[in-house]
Design a protein around this ligand. Structure first.
Ligand SMILES: NC(=O)c1ccc[n+]([C@@H]2O[C@H](COP(=O)([O-])OP(=O)(O)OC[C@H]3O[C@@H](n4cnc5c(N)ncnc54)[C@H](OP(=O)(O)O)[C@@H]3O)[C@@H](O)[C@H]2O)c1
Length: 271
C-alpha cells in the first residue's frame, strides 16, 4: 500500500533556513510548497513550487488560502519561517522600524496562521511549526525589537497550542541560536539617530554582533530539529537549537546575573 505523501508549506523558502528545509523535505518525499515575495526570481532553480506571499500585505495573505488549496488537497504541516531582523540600540531605533519588525515577524505570521486555521480545523489534523529564535527566550543588546517580536510569538503560540489541542492540531516552536543564512544582509540596521552617550557601547556591540554573524555555524542542526518536529506525532512545544543553548537557558533561569555579566563581558571585550 502506498503511503500518502505529507504536504508541507514553508514560508520564506527562497533563502536560508526556509530554502534548506524545503529542499530537504522535498528530497525526503514530502510534497512541498514554498513561498516568496518574488517567486519568479527563484522558481527556476527550485525543485518545489513557490507561491507568492508577502506577510506585510493583507490582501496577499487573504487570497493565499484559496491559491494554496487550488494546488493541494490537504495541508499537513505549516512551517512559519519567513521573517527578518532589525538591528539597533533600542533608544536609537525609530518606533516605525520597530512596528515594521512586528508587522512581519509577529502580525504577518499570526495573520497567515489565521488564514489557514479553518482548513486545518476542517481536516481535524495538522501541525503548525513556527521558527522563533533563542532570542524569543532570552535577549541581547542591539536586537530589542527582533527579540520582542520573537518573545511575542512564544506567548501567542503557547496559548494557541492549548486551544487547538481539541482539533488534533499540534503547535510547535523551533528556537535557533545564530546560524549562517542571509538574515544579516536581508535585515535592517537602525541608523541616523545616533545618541552620543551610546557611542562607545554602540561601537562594541556592533563589533560583537558582527562577530556573532561571522562565527555562526551552518544551519544543519536547525534543519534536523525541523525534520524532527515534522516527523514526531506528538512533539513538545519548544525546540531550542544550537551549541550551548541549554546552558544559556539554564543560566538565564537560575542565575540571571551571571548570564547578564557574561554577555556584558563579551560585548565589552569586542573590538
Ligand atoms: N539565521 C539565524 O541565525 C536565525 C536564528 C533564529 C531564528 N531565525 C529565524 O529563521 C527564519 C528564517 O530566517 P533566515 O535566517 O533563513 O533568513 P533569510 O535567509 O534572510 O530568509 C528569510 C526568508 O523570509 C522571507 N521573507 C522576509 N520577509 C518577508 C515578508 N515580508 N513576507 C514574506 N516572506 C518574507 C524571505 O523571502 P523573499 O525575500 O523571497 O520574500 C526569505 O525567504 C526567520 O524567522 C528568522 O527570524 C534565524
Amino acid at each position: 500500500m502506498e503511503l500518502k505523501k505529507q504536504t508541507v508549506l514553508v514560508t520564506g523558502a527562497s533563502s536560508g533556513i526556509g530554502l534548506l528545509v524545503a529542499g530537504k523535505l522535498h528530497e525526503n518525499g514530502y510534497q512541498v510548497i514554498g513561498t516568496s515575495r518574488n517567486p519568479e526570481k527563484h522558481q527556476a532553480r527550485l525543485p518545489f513550487k513557490l507561491l507568492p506571499l508577502d506577510l506585510n500585505v493583507d490582501h496577499s495573505i487573504a487570497s493565499f488560502g484559496k491559491h494554496l488549496f487550488s494546488e493541494i488537497k490537504t495541508l499537513d504541516v505549516l512551517i512559519n519561517n519567513a521573517g527578518y531582523l532589525v538591528n539597533g540600540l533600542a533608544e536609537e531605533t525609530p518606533i516605525e522600524l520597530g512596528k515594521q519588525q512586528f508587522e512581519t515577524n509577529f502580525w504577518g505570521t499570526i495573520k497567515l496562521t489565521n488564514e489557514l486555521l479553518p482548513y486545518f480545523r476542517k481536516q481535524k489534523h495538522g501541525k503548525i511549526i513556527t521558527i522563533g529564535s533563542l532570542l524569543g527566550l532570552v535577549s541581547l543588546p542591539y536586537v530589542s525589537y527582533y527579540a520582542a517580536s520573537k518573545h511575542a510569538l512564544e506567548g501567542y503560540f503557547k496559548a494557541l497550542r492549548f486551544e487547538l489541542n481539541q482539533f488534533n492540531i499540534k503547535v510547535v516552536m523551533v528556537e535557533p541560536m545564530s546560524f549562517k543564512t542571509n538574515i544579516g544582509e536581508s535585515g535592517t540596521v537602525a541608523t541616523g539617530k545616533n545618541i552620543a552617550d551610546y557611542d562607545p557601547f554602540r561601537k562594541k556591540v556592533v563589533a560583537y554582533t558582527q562577530q556573532t554573524f561571522e562565527k555562526a555555524p551552518e544551519p544543519a542542526p536547525v534543519i534536523d530539529a525541523l525534520l524532527r518536529a515534522v516527523r514526531e506525532k506528538n512533539p513538545t512545544f519548544g525546540f531550542p537549537v544550537g551549541k550551548g543553548s541549554s546552558i544559556i537557558l539554564l543560566l538565564q533561569h537560575f542565575a540571571y546575573k551571571l548570564f547578564e555579566k557574561s554577555i556584558l563581558k563579551s560585548v565589552n571585550a569586542s573590538k
